[in-house]
Design a protein around this ligand. Sequence first.
Ligand SMILES: Cc1cc2nc3c(=O)[nH]c(=O)nc-3n(C[C@H](O)[C@H](O)[C@H](O)COP(=O)(O)O)c2cc1C
Length: 154
Amino acid sequence: MPERPSALTTRVPAQHRLRDAPALLHVEGVVEHGDERGRLLGFPTANVAVPEHGLRDGVWAGTVQVDPAAGGPVHVAAVSVGHRPTYYGKDGQRLLEAHLLDFEGDLYERTVLVRLHERLRPQRRYAGSSELVEQLRLDVAATRAWALRAGLPG
Ligand SMILES: Cc1cc2nc3c(=O)[nH]c(=O)nc-3n(C[C@H](O)[C@H](O)[C@H](O)COP(=O)(O)O)c2cc1C
């Protein structure tokens, strides 16, 4: 059974859903198991396979809708698309990883619709995990700022 979202879940009221925030790109897929490092870093991610073309690498402010066919909840998310050069160099597997803001729960095997709205920066190689975590905090802050501008509770 999927866990129910906690009280901390960012739920976007229907009337706010993407009203003034036209999507640039979107990907629908089933959430896969990652290597769990994100959880250790304090930034757990939902990982989704990426199409080979059409999706630009980088870090994005966006949203993740869980079970879109059923009109599931929309969560604000900081989304990474790329090879995770900090850990894998240029040869790493290309992945989409979404960190849902204020969300606790297990999305494995659930279908999600990820929308990429604002590109925040390119993927970079950091000296180590603590440097990456510092940057992830900034990415989350930038994502919240985007959500505010877009009229979404983030
Ligand atoms: C918002 C966000 C930005 C990220 N930016 C980078 C980056 O610039 N460079 C990088 O190597 N990895 C980046 N990552 C990926 C992390 O390295 C990755 O989430 C972490 O290693 C956990 O991987 P796992 O989910 O496979 O365990 C980013 C992840 C997120 C959620």
